[in-house]
Structures are given as structure tokens and as C-alpha cells.
Design a protein around this ligand. Structure first.
Ligand code: GLU
Length: 279
């Protein structure tokens, strides 16, 4: 039985696409039977329609084509709410009213040997876990210890990680609790989160291979966990190398000198820009 390889590129329209985004999109599209685009615009305050238009133009200029209609996360709130509601039914969530300042203060006397930062920043010390807060206006967090008590160790298949683990990657419950912790599933300001949206939409779009930058490798155990808890299919992962600037720093959206558009306006051809992505 031949199975189709379905890939996606999922930019957030918070700035112009740079070389690194171009590389990511081309890597995902290369060898895909179906290539999908997804606009990750859950954070409306940071996203701009003009950047959506610009990214369509820039990707087309690079020679990419994708299926339409393009999924926009800003239209998918009901599906994200349903996923969080399911986790709540399973007894795996709690409302949290802590501000970043509260979390910092609670962590000011860290336990010896406990890591301070996880993939989402400071690892939540659990202040609201048993506080019985009202969900109204609160963030919703995942109770990681309860979640991994259901899933046990997690596994995913990694095909392309340049200097990390490859093959079958196993993540222990202890890692999930200590190094990731009680992540936010629904932010107070936007009502959802990257982790929920990406997991629900990779399933909705039937993505078989998730190709993205190595910077997201540490988020993958979270996505795998949510897939298991929500009964969603398991994609294969490829976390490709990052394109860095001359100082070795990875490119950021504000790095406009390396925006695909800047090269194009300077008269470079797509082929010449693609050559800049070589290691
Ligand atoms: N929207 C994310 C970003 O622009 C990528 C999400 C993903 O590929 O999982 O960094």
C-alpha cells in the first residue's frame, strides 16, 4: 500500500518571511505528495493581514505551490476549545491566574537541580494547581503529572535532526514533568495556544510529516503527548537545521535584511536566493 506524504508549512504572519522560512517551506515541499500551507494567526494582536499577502507572494516567487483553501487558525477556535474541553473532561487541566511576575517570584528560591526553563519559558511552579480557581478570565494549564500518568513514556519518529537524536525518540514521564511542566493550553489573552492549535490542525489537515526548524524540537514531546491524549494520529517529524546569520545567530523576523523580499527587491533570482540557504 502506498501512502501519500502530506507536508505543511505553517508560518505566523507577524513579519516578513526570511531565508530560514524559505528554507523550511522548500524542505517541507521537497518530496511531498501534497503540500499545504497554514496561517498560524491565533495571536491576532501580533499578526497583520499585509504579512499574509506578502508571504503568499514570497513563497510563490520561490517557486512553491500549495493546495487551497489555506487553513487559517484564526477561524478554528471552536476546534481548539473542543480539544481543551476534552482534556478538562479527562481531569487534566486547571485554571491559572498567575502573571509572569507571580511565576518569577515563586521561582526566586529554586529547588536545587530543578531546571528553570522549558520550551515555553519558565517552568510553572504549580501555584494554582490545587487552588480551585474560577476558569472565567483565567489561563488553562495542563496538569502534566496526571497527563503522563495516562500516557506513560512518549515516542516519536525523527528523521532529520542534524545534531540531536534521530530514529525513535523516547521521552520519559519524568522529563515531561521536570523539564516541561504544566504548560498553558489556553492563554488568557487569546483563549488558545500554539501547542493546542498546531496539534489539532496537523490532525485536521492529515499531515503525515511535520517538517520544521530544529528550534521546535523541544516542543515535539508536548505535541506527541496531546496527540495521545486526544486520540489523534501520529505524524513523522523532521527538524531541519536553522539558517544562521554571519554571527551564527538564528534569523528572526525582525531581521529584515534577510527577508526574502529584500533579496528580491535587490534583483536576485529565486535560484540565487536558494543558493544562500546552502550549509
Ligand atoms: N507557526 C510556527 C512558527 O512560525 C511554526 C509552527 C510549526 O511548524 O509547528 O514558528
Amino acid at each position: 500500500m502506498s501512502s501519500k506524504r502530506v507536508e505543511r508549512f505553517a508560518p505566523s504572519p507577524t513579519g516578513l518571511l526570511h531565508l530560514g522560512h524559505g528554507f523550511s517551506a522548500l524542505t517541507a515541499a521537497d518530496g511531498a505528495d501534497r503540500f499545504l500551507l497554514r496561517i498560524e494567526d491565533i495571536d491576532r494582536a501580533r499578526c497583520r493581514p499585509a504579512y499574509v499577502t506578502a508571504l503568499f507572494e514570497d513563497l510563490a516567487w520561490l517557486g512553491l505551490t500549495w493546495e487551497t483553501p489555506v487553513l487559517r487558525q484564526s477561524e478554528r477556535r471552536a476546534a481548539y476549545d473542543a480539544a481543551v474541553a476534552r482534556l478538562t473532561e479527562l481531569g487534566l487541566t486547571y485554571p491559572c491566574t498567575c502573571t509572569r511576575g507571580d511565576i518569577k517570584a515563586a521561582l526566586s528560591a529554586p529547588q536545587e537541580g530543578a531546571p528553570l526553563h522549558g520550551p515555553d519559558g519558565l517552568i510553572y511552579p504549580g501555584t494554582c494547581r490545587h487552588a480551585g480557581r474560577d476558569a472565567e478570565g483565567a489561563a488553562i494549564r495542563l496538569d502534566m503529572a496526571r497527563a503522563v500518568a495516562i500516557t506513560g513514556p512518549l515516542q516519536f519518529k525523527e528523521l532529520d535532526n542534524p545534531d540531536g537524536p534521530n530514529g525513535t525518540v523516547t521521552v520519559t514521564p519524568d522529563h515531561m514533568i521536570r523539564e516541561i511542566g504544566d504548560i498553558v493550553l489556553a492563554r488568557r489573552d487569546i483563549g488558545t495556544s500554539y501547542h493546542i492549535a498546531v496539534t489539532v490542525d496537523d490532525a485536521e489537515q492529515g499531515i503525515t510529516h511535520v517538517t520544521r526548524g530544529q528550534d521546535l524540537f523541544t516542543a515535539t514531546p508536548i505535541h506527541r503527548l496531546l496527540q495521545v491524549l486526544l486520540g489523534l494520529p501520529e505524524p513523522i517529524y523532521r527538524h531541519h537545521r536553522l539558517i544562521r546569520d554571519d554571527q551564527g545567530k538564528r534569523l528572526a523576523k525582525r531581521d529584515d535584511a534577510r527577508a526574502l523580499r529584500a533579496y528580491r527587491e535587490a534583483g536576485m533570482t529565486p535560484a540565487a536566493v536558494i543558493r544562500l540557504m546552502a550549509p
